[in-house]
Design a protein around this ligand. Structure first.
Ligand code: ZN
Length: 380
């Protein structure tokens, strides 16, 4: 499996200067190719290379040719996506102030033992020291191969985003099955009685929502600018929350377990059918797909499998006796069975149903547990 590891580079003062100049010239190349492609409406890489390469080599004789090409590749992508946006809209051409450099096998090398990375720069190859965060250290040690690497400068600090291939984790089933319900009241509830996400998130979301409404009703130019900033803020906040939920969930689940979640597209449909306040509608846009993707990503590394099941009736059925009724759900938070009187937190009840659904599917299908898992995970 491929993973991106983030390393912090620790260049010497001289190296930092060289790197900075390299980045500047690389960015200038990016902007030159992007401007040309944008003006002429060219998004073909070969054509852009023909049109710009020799000029750029003349203009930046010290910049390694691989980096000129790297800038052109990035600019080609940027032009193509900007051109795709232009349909009926006013879009400005792609431009960058600080374009990260994409290194590849010909322009960089990782010297793992020395804890150095050798980078092509204006002043030849520079061997730059790097620091490893704890979780990156393990990945670095077990990496089978290195792919591309982006050199990024943010607020005077240097980072390397390194794409590596890690050995495929082996899944050895422990037989443990954890159902997990994604929801609004709680971002995630697991059938082993664990609740994920914090109550204050809902308040933060409510505050953002009010702020958004206020800005929308103003409609001035500055309000629109603030709105744009707010949207980005909300997006970052939600990604952050999803990281926290998925991380804790995987931390609290042992290796060899199966995490069962509801099939996503259908969750959306079910959500739409439910009546709710404007805030709830707003929160429905919260990306379950992203949360699940983050879960799968983190689970895989720990030897945990995430599978999906059909979400129908998971919130209406009683996990105790199986009785299904629309009115079983007394409120958003409480489940009360009309048949056997069983009461439980509604999301917890749903999560247990989700786990049971998976187990029922396992029982019906033939073969060993692992084979069934493959079968199920391939079906969504
Ligand atoms: Zn019941």
């Amino acid at each position: 499996m491929q993973r991106t590891i983030r390393l912090e580079l620790h260049p010497t003062k001289e190296q930092a200067d060289v790197l900075f100049q390299t980045l500047e010239q690389h960015t200038a190349c990016f902007n030159a190719v992007a401007a040309h492609g944008w003006q002429e409406g060219i998004k073909n890489g070969v054509q852009l290379h023909k049109d710009t390469y020799s000029q750029l080599r003349e203009r930046f004789p010290r910049l390694p040719s691989q980096l000129v090409c790297a800038a052109r590749v990035k600019a080609t992508e940027a032009v193509a996506s900007a051109l795709a946006l232009t349909k009926g809209k006013k879009v400005s051409g792609p431009k960058s102030k600080n374009c990260p450099i994409r290194y590849d096998a010909r322009s960089y090398r990782v010297l793992r033992e020395e804890q150095l990375v050798s980078l092509a720069t204006l002043a030849g190859r520079q061997k730059v020291a790097f620091g490893l965060y704890d979780h990156a250290r393990k990945a670095m040690e077990s990496a089978l191969s290195f792919h591309s690497a982006d050199v990024i400068c943010r607020d005077g600090r240097w980072f390397l985003h390194l794409v590596v291939t890690l050995p495929e984790p082996v899944f050895e089933s422990s037989g443990e099955v954890v159902g997990c319900d994604f929801g609004i009241t709680r971002p995630a509830v697991a059938s082993n009685n664990r609740f994920y996400g914090e109550k204050r998130w809902k308040n933060i979301e409510r505050r953002y929502f009010k702020h958004k409404r206020a800005l929308q009703s103003k409609g001035t130019k500055s309000a629109r600018r603030h709105l744009k900033r707010l949207r980005r803020k909300v997006k970052r906040f939600r990604i952050d929350c999803d990281h926290v939920v998925s991380k804790r969930l995987v931390q609290n689940t042992s290796s060899g377990s199966v995490i069962v979640v509801e099939n996503l597209t259908e969750i959306r449909q079910r959500m739409k059918a439910r009546k709710g306040s404007a805030l709830k509608r707003q929160m429905h846009q919260w990306s379950f797909a992203r949360l699940r993707a983050l879960m799968e990503y983190k689970a895989q590394a720990k030897g945990i499998v995430v599978v999906g099941v059909d979400p129908r009736h998971t919130s209406q059925a009683c996990c105790h006796c199986g009785f299904k009724h629309r009115f079983n759900r007394k409120s958003q938070s409480l489940f009360h069975c009309r048949e056997c009187g069983f009461e439980l937190n509604a999301d917890l009840n749903a999560s247990r149903n989700i786990a049971q659904k998976y187990l029922a599917a396992l029982g019906k299908s033939e073969g060993s547990g692992v084979a069934s898992i493959t079968l199920l995970s391939g079906s969504y």
